[in-house]
Design a protein around this ligand. Sequence first.
Ligand SMILES: Nc1ncnc2c1ncn2[C@@H]1O[C@H](COP(=O)(O)OP(=O)(O)OP(=O)(O)O)[C@@H](O)[C@H]1O
Ligand SMILES: [Mg+2]
Length: 336
Amino acid sequence: MKTIAFFNNKGGVGKTSLVYHLAYMFADLGHHVLAADLDPQANLTSMFLDEDKIETLLPAGVRPKTVLGIIQPLLERAGDINDADPVIIDSNIALLAGDLGLSAFEDRLSAAWTYCLDDEKNNSADGVRVTTAFYRMVKAACDKTDSTLALIDVGPSIGAMNRSALVAADFVVIPLGADLFSLRGLENLGPSLNNWRTGWQERRGKAGKAGVNLALPAGEMKPIGYVLFNPSVRENRPVRSYQKWANRIPAAYLREILGSQGRLAVAEPDPNCLAMIKHFKSLMPMAQEVRKPMFHLTAADGAIGSHAGAVTSCRTQFQALCERIGREIDFPIDPA
Ligand SMILES: Nc1ncnc2c1ncn2[C@@H]1O[C@H](COP(=O)(O)OP(=O)(O)OP(=O)(O)O)[C@@H](O)[C@H]1O
Ligand SMILES: [Mg+2]
């Protein structure tokens, strides 16, 4: 199993849409994929499932079949996580459904991080159990569905919830917009990833010495690049008003995320840019209406004329992104 988190504390940069479309594209390319909705906004779940289906996951009086249901024993201090109950979307895609109630886990996760280092064995074991709950549920869901790749969607924040989600991630993709806030956001993301990575190594080492008998993640959270989503992209190039921000991203990514102090050799295209994803305008609402990825839209869905061309262009962009990600994480993808 390989895990990739799509992370940026800047909101609305296309994280959820990317996870959704990449899950379908990896599935189209023949892979079994798990999409994990670890954002308490649960937008990814709403993209995959209609409200009637979501309601069936939340039966009254019973534990919900969502990520909240899985971690509930930890919240209630009544044992370890429940079995993962992924929703089968189709033969190649499974979903760990999100839940608005997940936000109740934030405080427990925050305290657990400190507990991991506690000298009292029960406290440190509890800290590790809670901190690795997301990793272990993703792993269990992958095992159950034969998924070899997990795509993790997280909310736009830098807190205990995302730290724990990132501990579950082998790789990190940073979706960005070409704007000042995305650029500034990189300054928070780099130090957070470094602190979380080294913080987890320390905790993992301690847990190992204390004989904690759990599957523990490596927590590498290796940044493999950024995806530039620009609402004003035309012909794959940002329009001029965004150009100055787009121009500053390569150096900022190198400095803040990769920590390179050296001079940035001006390389075109930037090797850390995994893709520039176009704003597909009315294709997105059309796709959401029929609950399909944009590149699955057909004439019967209303994708005719220029929309049909946009569907093809969308498929090309996402397939290229899948292939690029595959190369970065050593996950071979057969050409379609
Ligand atoms: N390639 C695209 N073409 C058209 N619209 C898009 C595209 N990608 C994302 N959007 C739209 O942009 C908005 C923000 O996208 P999305 O919800 O994926 O961002 P996010 O980073 O997950 O947001 P949040 O931080 O709230 O979780 C949504 O309305 C989505 O439908
Ligand atoms: Mg989102």
